[in-house]
Design a protein around this ligand. Sequence first.
Ligand SMILES: [Fe+2]
Ligand SMILES: [Fe+2]
Length: 264
Amino acid sequence: MAFDIDKYTETSVSVAWKDLDFDEFETNPLPPETLATLRYMCDVEYHTVCYLRDLLVTPSHKEADVSAFMTMWNREEFWHGEALAAVLAKHGVTVDFDQLKATRLKLGWKDRLDPIKQSLLGNIVGKDFIAVHMIWGAANEWSAVAAYNRLAELQQHPVLAELLRRIAKQEARHVAFYATQARERLAKSKKAQVIARFALKNAWGPVGSSIMEPDDVTHVMGHLFAGEEGLREIRKLDEHISRMPGLDGLTIVETSMKKYGVAA
Ligand SMILES: [Fe+2]
Ligand SMILES: [Fe+2]
């Protein structure tokens, strides 16, 4: 499946939510556990800018398609954060991006990959680095689609579910980009496959785990992916990843969830 980057950049828009009746939250508010999960998701979306910043200094930035995508992608994720912040605001929970930026937006993807990079003695370079970046992104975006759809199903709130499904649709476009890129790039390089395998196996964690407290990760992932249905979703994610060239047999999602006490 090809990914049309021009079409993507032309049609990239903020997720629509102004047409949704947020006053519904006044008469039909969300329970604390869902608010905690939304808060986590909002933080993660707002942190996207850190990933972008880190990646602007990597070889990925020199690839025109990748940079074009990442520019639009970064905006879409920011708008996801804004939409979720608006839901939280309706429940008296304030998440202010500027404040977050000043105090906590410092970690990102690079922090996780740095030790790996060092252990490979600078072997992650050029095209191979981009391949690893793309499969990493695909794993995260697949997780995002699953998380939003799952919360929509679990909560069954008419307004929230609609918003989450709209966000999930945009996440699915992100999947399409990263997965297409990853598939092509991994197929071309055995070395990239080996490095990607190593990096994912040793450094990947549930989305948000590099920036949130371990207890929060456990709580949110448990909320979303506990039980048999959750385990099925987790295994679907691993299936997507392990179908990539050279990545067969990987079970990074299930393994990392177990580390956080989920899917145990
Ligand atoms: Fe997002
Ligand atoms: Fe995304």
